[in-house]
Design a protein around this ligand. Structure first.
Ligand SMILES: Nc1nc2c(c(=O)[nH]1)N[C@H]1C(S)=C(S)[C@@H](COP(=O)(O)O)O[C@H]1N2
Ligand SMILES: [Mo]
Length: 320
């Protein structure tokens, strides 16, 4: 039997992001067929399955019932500084990121360090859909149906040792895929690449912490952190690192990219807290993208019942 290859597109055809997206949609069926076709080696592996459907059962108990943010907004109004500081940079420029093949190293203070292929992760851990709101430190928020699996079983699988106290997440470092990582990139470049974020081990093990591979019933678009990012719904959005290549169990509190850039503005904990203002603006309320009115911000972004106990006895004004 003759296997027909999916039509190839050239670099010049993909420079226009709107063209790129529509072509992607057109070829996604052909690309999926290629992935499934037996006997094709690595070399024939097509471009990543962007916009490919991804099914998952909704975890109702962990899902908001509020109206969802429009998918168009959630995929065009993004913070992903590796592509630039403007909200539309990630969706305009995101096509340079290659989310396959992709591996995630899970190492550090663990008995069984392992490098996982992202597709292996998706087979090993059952996918769930969870509707979480993500509250940006810039006082806007979105309600998004994420698809992923809790981080805890992955961490347990590598067997953290007694020295493991924190978890460090590292985003890909590759100036060929992330234009803002190029030396001399025109614009804001005061983040120290790669983007690093961190959680305390108990925060990372909390059942709400989601390793995320999709949204809105589809594979994660590049601009939202393909192929795998974390989502921690009770913390400001910047904790939810995108395009992760390493998850390291460490004994000391990791130095995060935002703490290094502006320690008085972005603390390690960064729990959503309406009572603690950012030095330059209030955190008391927020605007849902797509709405005009402002709504009060809830402590721990509404997840206080589930997570407040993690911080008993801590001064959250100091540990912002
Ligand atoms: N690697 C990386 N991860 C990142 C960021 C970033 O600039 N680089 N921005 C963060 C911020 S500030 C927010 S609000 C969320 C936005 O996620 P979304 O675009 O999927 O809504 O991603 C977070 N993760
Ligand atoms: Mo953010």
């Amino acid at each position: 039997m003759l296997i027909r290859r999916a039509p190839r597109f050239t670099a010049s055809e993909i420079t226009d992001p709107t063209l790129y997206l529509s072509r992607r949609e057109l070829i996604s069926g052909a690309a999926a067929a290629l992935v499934l076709a037996p006997g094709l080696g690595e070399a024939a592996t097509p471009a990543p399955p962007a916009l490919q459907a991804l099914s998952a059962t909704r975890h109702a108990a962990f899902s908001l019932t509020e109206p969802l943010t429009k998918v168009e907004a959630a995929t065009t109004y993004n913070n992903f500084y590796e592509f630039g500081v403007n909200k539309d940079d990630p969706s305009r420029l995101g096509h340079t990121l290659k989310p396959r093949p992709w591996t995630v190293h899970v190492d550090g203070f663990v008995s069984k360090p392992k490098t996982f292929d992202v597709d292996e992760l998706m087979r090993l851990f059952p996918l769930e859909e969870r509707v979480y709101s993500l509250r940006c430190v810039e006082a806007w928020s979105m309600v998004i149906p994420w698809i992923g699996f809790p981080l805890a079983p992955l961490l347990k699988r590598v067997e953290p040792t007694g020295q493991a106290k924190y978890v460090e997440f590292t985003t890909l470092l590759d100036p060929n895929q992330f234009p803002a990582q190029k030396p001399g990139f025109f614009g804001f470049s005061s983040l120290d690449w790669p983007y690093v974020e961190g959680l305390r081990l108990d925060e990372a093990m909390h059942p709400l912490t989601l390793l995320t591979v999709g949204m809105y019933g589809k594979v994660l678009p590049n601009q939202n952190g393909a192929p795998v990012r974390v989502v921690i719904p009770w913390k400001y959005g910047f904790k939810s690192a995108k395009s992760i290549v390493r998850i390291r169990l460490v004994s000391e509190q990791p130095k995060t990219a935002w703490e290094k850039a502006a320690p008085q503005e972005y603390g390690f904990y960064s729990n959503v807290n309406p009572a603690v203002s950012h030095p330059r603006w209030s955190q008391a309320d927020e605007r849902r993208i797509g709405e005009f009115r402002r709504r009060p911000t809830l402590p721990f972004n509404g997840y206080a019942d589930q997570v407040a106990a993690l911080y008993t006895g801590m001064d959250l004004k100091k540990n912002y």
